[in-house]
Design a protein around this ligand. Structure first.
Ligand SMILES: [Zn+2]
Length: 252
C-alpha cells in the first residue's frame, strides 16, 4: 500500500520562468503576522539519523521551508470526514508542530474544495494574507488518482506546499494542501485502528512542511507502510527539525 505520490499540488497554468518557477500574479501585503524571531523551536533530536530528504532546495542548496517567524494557518473541509477525523488531524498537527517548532493555528472549517490549480493567495475568500493550508477529505470520485488502476495500489493521501519568491527573497513555502483519501482512511481506521490513519496524515504533513520520500523502510517518510509505522521516526524527526529552522521572511 502506498501513502501517496510525490505530486506537487501547486501546479499553475502560468508560464514558467527560465528557472522553472512560476511568476506570481498577485500576493498579499508582505510580513503578515511576522515576528522578529522564530515562534518556536523544534524538539531536541535524541537520535542522529541522516534518513531524510527534502522536497525542494533553493539556489544555495538549502531546503525550501516555511517561515518559522509567523504561524501556519490551516482550514479543514469536513465533508466525507470519518468521525475520528478532527481528533486525528489535531494530533498529527501537534506532532509535526512539536518536531519542527512551527506554530499552527486552526482557522476552522471551510467549504473550499481542493484543486491542483489552487491559488496560494485568495483575497476574496481569505483576505489580505496567504491562503491557509487546506486539509480536505476527498472521495475517489473527486480524486481519481487515489485508485489509479495502472498503479495497482491505493493512494491514501497527497500532500505538498507551494513556494514563492518575491523580489530577491529565497523561495519560501506559503500555503499547501492535504488531500486525504476518505474511504481509504475509513477502512484503515476500522481495520487497523485510528493510530494507523493518523500516521498517514503525519506522512502527508511531512510533505507539507518539506520532507520528501526516503528508501529507508524504517522511516514514516518511506512511501509504503510495509513496516506498519504510525509516527515519525529518527530520520523523519531529524529532517523536520531542520525544516523548522528556516529564516524569518518579512518580505514574503
Ligand atoms: Zn508520500
Amino acid at each position: 500500500m502506498i501513502y501517496h505520490t510525490g505530486q506537487d499540488p501547486a501546479g499553475s497554468q502560468a508560464p514558467a520562468n527560465s528557472d522553472g518557477s512560476v511568476p506570481l500574479t498577485g500576493y498579499p501585503t508582505p510580513g503578515h503576522e511576522e515576528a522578529a524571531a522564530p515562534l518556536g523551536r523544534p524538539a531536541p533530536v535524541s537520535v542522529m539519523s541522516a534518513a531524510y530528504a527534502f522536497m525542494d532546495k533553493d539556489d544555495s542548496g538549502h531546503p525550501v521551508r516555511y517561515d518559522p517567524c509567523r504561524p501556519i494557518h490551516y482550514v479543514t473541509r469536513a465533508a466525507n470526514s470519518p468521525a475520528a477525523g478532527p481528533e486525528l488531524i489535531q494530533q498529527a498537527i501537534a506532532d509535526v508542530s512539536r518536531a519542527t517548532g512551527l506554530v499552527f493555528i486552526d482557522d476552522g472549517p471551510t467549504t473550499e474544495a481542493p484543486s491542483d490549480e489552487r491559488e496560494p493567495y485568495q483575497p476574496d475568500r481569505y483576505g489580505d494574507r496567504w491562503a491557509p493550508v487546506l486539509i480536505a477529505w476527498e472521495t475517489t470520485a473527486e480524486e481519481p488518482r487515489f485508485t489509479n488502476p495502472d498503479e495497482g495500489y491505493t493512494i491514501l493521501g497527497i500532500g505538498g506546499s507551494e513556494d514563492v519568491s518575491i523580489g530577491d527573497t529565497d523561495f519560501t513555502y506559503v500555503s499547501g494542501q492535504l488531500k486525504l483519501n476518505a474511504p481509504g482512511l475509513h477502512s484503515i481506521i476500522e481495520d487497523e485502528g485510528p493510530a494507523q490513519a493518523r500516521g498517514t496524515i503525519e506522512h502527508e504533513l511531512g510533505h507539507l512542511v518539506g520532507l520528501d520520500h526516503v528508501k529507508d523502510p524504517t522511516q514514516l517518510m518511506n512511501p509504503t507502510d510495509s513496516a506498519g509505522l504510525n509516527s515519525y521516526q529518527a530520520g523523519d524527526l531529524a529532517g523536520l527539525a531542520i525544516l523548522g529552522q528556516g529564516e524569518c521572511r518579512p518580505g514574503i
